[in-house]
Ligand binder design. Sequence first.
Ligand code: SF4
Ligand code: MSK
Length: 653
Amino acid sequence: MSAISGNGHARRLTINEDAQAMIDVARAEGIETVWDRLAAQEPQCGYCALGLSCRNCAMGPCRIDPFGEGPQKGVCGAGADVIVARNLGRTIAAGSSSHSDHGRDILEAFRALAHGETTGYRIADVDKMKRLAEEVGVATEGRTTEEVAADLADVLLEDYGTRRGSLSFVARVPEVRRAKWDSVGITPRGVDRENVEMLHRTHMGVDNDYVNTLLHGLRTGLSDGWGGSMIATELSDVMFGTPTPVMSEINLGVLRTDQVNIAMHGHNPMLSDVVVAAAQDPELVELARSFGATGINIVGLCCTGNELLMRRGVPMAGNHLMQELVLVTGALEAMVVDYQCIMPSVVDVAKCYHTKIISTADKAKFTGATHVSFDPMHGAEIARDIVRMAVEAYPDRNHERVRIPVKPVRMMGGFSVEAILGALGGTPKPLVDAIAAGTIRGAVAVVGCNNPKLPQDLEHIELTRRLIENDILVLVTGCAAVANGKAGQMLPESAAMAGPGLRSVCEALGIPPVLHMGSCVDNSRIMVLAAALADFLGVDIDQLPLAGAAPEWYSEKAVAIGAYVVASGVTTVLGVQPPVFGSPHVVELLAGGLDGVVGAKFAVEPDPARAALLIRRHIEAKREGLGLPFVEVGADEAADVSTEAPLGAGSKA
Ligand code: SF4
Ligand code: MSK
């Protein structure tokens, strides 16, 4: 039974009407959700929340008393600084490894494709593949596509090891930044190397200097951002197509009462892309019809949904905190999962309905789910088997329990770097000119997850709205993108929500003021765009009027992203406090000292209005540094900010 009670409780948990309706249904039917489990966990461990607990060895577990009355050292002698830094380092390594292993899976499939060993895949963007090959030194003249692809795959596979001095895509980084990285010893070498080295350093008795550990944390993050994630993004574009602007629909309203509904959840487009193709197989569509359905409806969830939306316009059911609620609609025949951000609880919720949970990655099994081992060598056949299983579940649907609470909202996605530059006429110059003139003040990447500790999507929406109202272009990925889509902020006509400068640019180009750049690995696209702008201007990335924000982050991957974004020179504001506050020294380094090392730092600001203010001040300071017209973002505005009116339409931060 639900642990949360009281009238209107759903409205305190999420700003979205579809989620509120489904939370109420779950509560009425005694179905436990993420919010119930969070309530049951409270109060959560204070030592862990501060980063002050360690279980890295069997002399422990140990904890440090933050009030100075209890133990100040672990059994080995590690104090607060070392323990907090080690914990953060391991978190970065876990996040970086997750993205990078995803990248390796794509890369191995790409290599198999190049050797003619897969079914259901093709090289969709041959031009991009050739550009990448030339970029990393693979000859393309007079060679077949497959020969070039095979060599490109081998070069990128080497990026996972240590055979060259630095990763291939580090060459994309402005020279001045690379020199900075070299001078502090954080240029990323092999992807695996940095992650393994972080695990080594954080073993008992290895790296016992918190500054040294955290610098390697930046390097580990960089191996993700300019390595594993970038490889995932680039090769996904090659295999599935480089996104171009596309219209789609979003929220639980994308489910169909009259069709077989299949939700694709996770991160890797390798599976979801072939499932989309299989859903159009005439034989399977006919099978669905024979059961009384009018067709097969594929919808996305989280980042695999973003991959499908960006390239195919596949409708999106929701972000992280919707994964249980989409099951509560009673309208899903199958939730097909690959890996990352998939709550084990979906198996339990699905048991209340006819829905099949189909796991597909051998490295990500779910007890109680149906496992279909996915192998790209037989991608097309396996995808058809999966779709067939979903179709065959349709007769078991209880139509009286189907509740689809809202109509879908329209949205536009598909803003790869190539698409953005294409819209600008093939060069960053119009964007640079607009920034220089002050028509656009700067750009902010608003990225990351949902976290049940915050009202779902409130921070994403409120922060983004305050930024675009003040002529700041917002780039979104992951669950932040889904939040903005649901709120109707990603339509060309939502340019009307922007300040006059940004509005005029968006209207001229026919684009929204909030640009969907993809899934969480696709934050690499934002790095590429930042590097292109810096190169165009002949400056370092940290001089640009840019910022990052992760208002509702929860995952280790988000910490890795934060590490590489800051190490790349982009100051980042977090909406959820990371577990580092047990060490004032670590906090001082992350929120202050790093600025002197990489020209960027972290801030934590849970109030989106204050976060917007902080970011605007930062952007205006960067403008001043570049000699561009700037405005003082006054202290008087601080008194004006409030989150009392959650969505604050029309209010200025
Ligand atoms: Fe305790 Fe040190 Fe072992 Fe950590 S590494 S559990 S602080 S003894
Ligand atoms: S899915 S990492 S909750 S963005 Fe990429 Fe969303 Fe965060 Fe997962």
